[in-house]
Design a protein. Structure first.
Length: 100
């Protein structure tokens, strides 16, 4: 989703002017959709506004990446979303398109 927001993954952090949910998406992409420090950054952002649909949707994605499918399903339900796929990159693209 190059047009959705700045995906300069060579930077050490997302642009400051991005809204927090977009920063969380940036971190997940930067981390290659794997567990690690970038995943933790994204997860922390999601935890700052639990109950907000965009945050909960990304929170579900974080737990899908973690392979905690029960927890992922919980957060997707809270966000009012039912992913058509279990592919983190497909879900990421859907979220990015929706928020961008």
């Amino acid at each position: 989703m190059a047009g959705t927001f700045d995906l300069d993954l060579s930077a050490s952090a997302p642009r400051e002017d991005l809204p927090p949910p977009m920063k969380a998406l940036w971190w997940l992409k930067k981390g290659g959709f794997r567990l690690g420090p970038e995943w933790h950054e994204a997860h922390e952002i999601c935890q700052t506004a639990e109950g907000e649909p965009a945050y909960d949707w990304i929170h579900g994605l974080c737990h899908l990446i973690e392979a905690d499918h029960g927890n992922a399903a919980y957060w997707f339900r809270r966000a009012g979303r039912t992913p058509a796929t279990q592919d983190p990159q497909d879900i990421w693209r859907e979220i990015a398109a929706s928020l961008g």
